[in-house]
Structures are given as structure tokens and as C-alpha cells.
Write a protein that binds this ligand. Structure first.
Ligand SMILES: *Cc1c(COP(=O)(O)O)cnc(C)c1O
Length: 500
């Protein structure tokens, strides 16, 4: 090895496995197989496969060191707006590890996994009750795939009525990028709707864009500005009078859960991010899960599989020829969805109960408004009045400094916080979107507020320092665009540093 690796404090710089491992090293020694005849003919190989070996302590250190670089909700506040980074209760983890849930296979006979099917059925009932909707597709793997699922059902419904000429999907300019991407992916034409100066959908613009080709609108409520779309009933009436469907992006359900039912707002389909509202880990910590609920009108178009209770038994309907699935758009994905996430989410629901879930949304909204009113004097709120579960600032408070939103967010890292969401939604200049969630204590929120105030002061007294932040991280300013556009996902042998 040529260069000395630089460590910081007790945190170690870590090379790639390929760089520290060696082809002749191994953590385990298997004896040569004896008297075994291979039966795979010309596919048989006994050459090196080029995977580096490590001794056991080297392997353990490698992964422990990497894990220490991973900021998480277990390490500190994670005020990433729109993402609902709340505490993941350990009870959920314990239940998800029960053998009857964790050691099953999607192809095993249904008679041998009745408990798991009952659990999927039970969580379906809770989600339908909480949303006031009549059908559900459990299989989508995240919010974005849930959007795809909901819009595929809408497409199928239009097809069944011979209305394939309805091609236009209306999406507010504040929407999450997955909304227009989903509509475009399915061959719809995306029409953007303006927002008002109050941060809500512009009803006049909305009405003016509805014509004979109108298929659906995709609306987020509360929207990505953290505001409730007060006209939602009127919006849904207009949509239905004009023969369209209302898809709701339910990523912000944490602000509503237990308080109001989306079904009462005239919504036809909505995804629920279990990994946001129902506390299943995400953001590097676990897979997502995005079940979609449907109104009566769309219920029959929802995808396979369906889990139903017949007498005392649970059955899976998965064949499209099944009489329960004749209008279904088919299958969205292999198997039944993210079992581990269902267990965690149901554990969360049952441990909170109906009253506890209502408390969740009330506390989430209270936390965000506490931050809003505490910082309003020193920062600049994007919109007046109360917010829902997240608070949106613009960059007016940085106007006479050299500091930009990105610099401000980077400086927060040096203070021990994952940055808030920045530059989203796009309609607010230099947006900073803060979502504390209900699981932060008042002490922790107060500390965050003090830190934010300190930073705002510093933008006046020492604005230069922001350009070089973060100072204390293992890597500092990254070219994030380049990393996203030209990711290096494959290790090449030439780059090896420490060969055997
Ligand atoms: C998180 C989010 C999504 C996408 O959900 P994923 O589970 O990340 O795919 C869509 N819309 C909004 C508003 C979101 O916050």
C-alpha cells in the first residue's frame, strides 16, 4: 500500500472490500469435496471468480466502520421534509423477526402460512378503515410504485369505458417529481397547474385546463408546501363531473392519519408510504412499502394478488382469470409485497390504536408549527398561517448574505443534523422544508431551533465560512450532480490498491 490512510478522531477512513481484500485470503476454510461428481457439464468452472476474501476480523471492521458513517434517525434528528423520518419502534423489529413472518417463502402452500396471510388481511382492513376506501393493493414496493399502480388502475378503468382518448393528467407545479414521471411513463400527457400565492392549487387555472381529453388529476394533500388543499372537495367534484379520476399522493398522510379520511375528500386512489406514516425504516435503513387504496369506482381494477377471508381460511387470488380479478389490470410485481414492512406497520398501528394514531398526526402538526413560530422572526416562511406537519421556508432571509440555501444546509451538518429538504418544492425560491415529526421531544426540537438561530446569526457575521461547510465530515462538498448522473457502480480491477 502506497499511501497512508487518514483517520479522524476514532472514525476510520475505509477502503473498498476489493482494496483491502485479497484473492487468496479467506475467512472460512471449506474442505475439498470428496467423491462428488459434478452434473453441470460445460458450465462447470473452478477458476478464481475474482471476489476478494477477508479474514473475519477484517470483514467485521469493514462493515462496522461503514455503519458508523451512516447517519440515521437512531443517531439524531433527521428533519428531512416530505420524508417523515420518525422513530422506528423496536417492538416492530422484534415482531418482524418472528419466524412465522421472517422465515416464510412466497411460494409455500397457503395452508402453511395462514398467519402471515391473516396479517396482510388485517393491515389491509386497518388501511381501508383509516382512509375510508373500499379496496387495496398491498404489493407496491414504495410510494413511486404505488403511484404507478394507482394510475394503471385509472388507465384500465378508462379503457373499460372505451375512453382511451382521455390522455391528460393534471399535476400541480408543486408536485413531487414522481407524479408527472408516473403519468408520463404510462403515456399520459402531463399538464401543469399553477399554484396560488398562498401555496395552494389555483382552482381557476385548474378548471381552465379541463377538456374532453381530461383523464385524471394527481394531487398531494397536504401538499408539498405543507399546506392543506382546502378546496379538495370542490376539486374532486369538478374532476368527477368531468369524467375524470382523482389520484392523491398520500406521502403526507402523517398529517391526517386518524383525523380525516381521504375517502371523504372524494379521492379515487391513493398510495400510503408505510415507511413514512407507519414508521417502517427507510432512507438506507430498509425497503419501502406503498400500498394503494381505491374507491368503489376503481376497486375492480386493482391488481393481483388479493388476499381474502373465505370462511375461516385466508386465500390468495392471483390468477387474472379468477372471477375476482376479471377487470384487474393484472400483476404489478412478483409475489405479495414487503412482508417485513407489513409486520412492522401493523405492530405500529396496533400499539398506537385508533386514538394513538390521531395523536400522531396532531403532534406532528404541533411540532412543525412550533418550529415555524419559533423561527419565523429570523428566517422567512414561504407562506403565512399555520402549516400541517412540515414547515416551508424560502431563502429571503439569506438575501443580503453570500450564503445560499445549499451552503446553509451543508453548515447544518457540522452542527450534527441531517439537513432539511432543500430546493423542493420547486415553486419556492431556495426552499428549505423542515419536518420534525411527532417523535422528536420538545428538548430536541428546542435544540434544533437554537442551532438554526445560531446559524442564521452566523450568515450575517461570518458568511464566508458557509462556503466551505461541512468541515467535520469524512468527505466534504461532493459533486452531487456528477455522482447522480455518472455513478461509478462497478469496481474495475485496475483500481486495486492493495493486492495480495
Ligand atoms: C416520498 C414521496 C413520494 C415517493 O415515495 P417513495 O416511497 O419514496 O417512492 C412521492 N411523493 C411525495 C410527496 C413524497 O414525499
Amino acid at each position: 500500500m502506497k499511501e497512508k490512510i487518514s483517520h479522524k478522531g476514532l472514525d476510520h477512513e475505509e477502503l473498498l472490500l476489493f482494496e483491502i481484500g485479497g484473492l487468496n485470503k479467506s475467512g472460512v476454510d471449506f474442505p475439498e469435496t470428496q467423491g462428488y461428481e459434478q452434473r453441470i457439464g460445460s458450465s462447470y468452472e473452478d477458476k478464481e471468480i475474482g471476489i476478494p476474501g477477508l479474514s473475519e476480523p477484517e470483514a467485521v471492521r469493514h462493515y462496522v466502520r461503514l455503519s458508523r458513517k451512516n447517519y440515521s434517525i437512531d443517531a439524531g434528528m433527521y428533519p428531512l421534509g416530505s420524508c417523515t423520518m420518525k422513530h422506528n419502534p423496536r417492538l416492530n423489529e422484534k415482531l418482524a423477526r418472528l419466524k412465522g413472518f421472517s422465515d416464510i417463502h412466497p411460494l409455500q402452500p397457503v395452508s402453511t402460512c395462514q398467519g402471515a396471510l391473516e396479517l396482510i388481511h388485517e393491515i389491509s382492513l386497518w388501511l381501508k378503515e383509516l382512509t375510508g376506501m373500499s379496496a387495496i393493493a398491498m404489493s407496491p414496493k414504495a410510494g413511486a410504485q404505488g403511484e404507478l399502480c394507482g394510475m394503471m388502475a385509472i388507465k384500465q378503468a378508462l379503457k373499460s369505458k372505451g375512453q382511451e382518448s382521455r390522455k391528460k393528467v393534471l399535476v400541480p407545479d408543486s408536485a413531487h417529481g414522481t407524479n408527472p414521471a408516473t403519468a408520463a411513463f404510462l403515456g399520459f400527457e402531463v399538464i401543469t397547474i399553477k399554484s396560488t400565492v398562498a401555496g395552494r392549487l389555483d382552482l381557476k387555472d385548474f378548471k381552465s385546463k379541463i377538456d374532453k381529453k381530461f383523464a385524471a388529476a394527481m394531487i398531494t394533500n397536504p401538499n408539498t408546501c405543507g399546506l392543506f388543499e382546502k378546496d379538495i372537495i370542490k376539486i374532486s367534484e369538478i374532476i368527477h363531473q368531468n369524467g375524470g379520476y382523482l389520484y392523491c399522493d398520500g406521502a403526507n398522510f402523517n398529517a391526517l392519519v386518524g383525523k380525516i379520511k381521504p375517502g371523504d375528500m372524494g379521492i379515487d386512489a391513493m398510495h400510503i408510504n408505510l415507511h413514512k406514516t407507519f414508521s417502517t425504516p427507510h432512507g438506507g435503513g430498509g425497503p419501502g412499502s406503498g400500498p394503494v387504496v381505491f374507491s368503489d369506482k376503481l376497486a375492480s381494477f386493482c391488481p393481483a394478488p388479493k388476499i381474502e377471508k373465505i370462511g375461516n381460511k385466508f386465500e390468495i387470488f392471483e390468477n387474472e382469470n379468477n372471477e375476482n380479478l376479471l377487470e384487474s389490470f393484472g400483476r404489478l410485481s412478483a409475489f405479495h409485497g414487503q412482508m417485513g414492512m407489513y409486520v412492522r406497520a401493523l405492530s405500529y398501528m396496533l400499539s398506537h390504536g385508533a386514538d394513538g394514531l390521531r395523536q400522531v398526526s396532531e403532534d406532528a402538526v404541533l411540532s412543525a408549527n412550533y418550529i415555524k413560530s419559533s423561527l419565523e422572526d429570523v428566517m422567512s416562511s414561504a407562506y403565512e398561517g399555520y402549516c400541517m406537519h412540515e414547515v416551508l421556508f424560502n431563502d429571503d432571509f439569506l438575501k443580503d448574505t453570500d450564503v445560499e440555501t445549499l451552503d446553509f444546509a451543508k453548515a447544518l451538518i457540522d452542527k450534527g443534523y441531517h439537513p432539511m429538504t432543500i430546493y423542493f418544492p420547486l415553486i419556492v425560491h431556495g426552499a428549505l422544508l423542515v419536518e420534525p415529526t411527532e417523535t422528536e421531544s420538545k428538548f430536541s426540537i428546542d435544540q434544533f431551533i437554537l442551532t438554526m438561530k445560531d446559524l442564521v446569526n452566523k450568515t450575517q457575521s461570518d458568511s464566508d465560512s458557509f462556503k466551505s461547510a461541512p468541515k467535520f465530515t469524512p468527505v466534504r462538498r461532493l459533486d452531487e450532480t456528477k455522482a447522480a448522473r455518472e455513478p461509478i457502480l462497478r469496481w474495475k480491477k485496475e483500481t486495486i490498491i492493495a493486492a495480495e
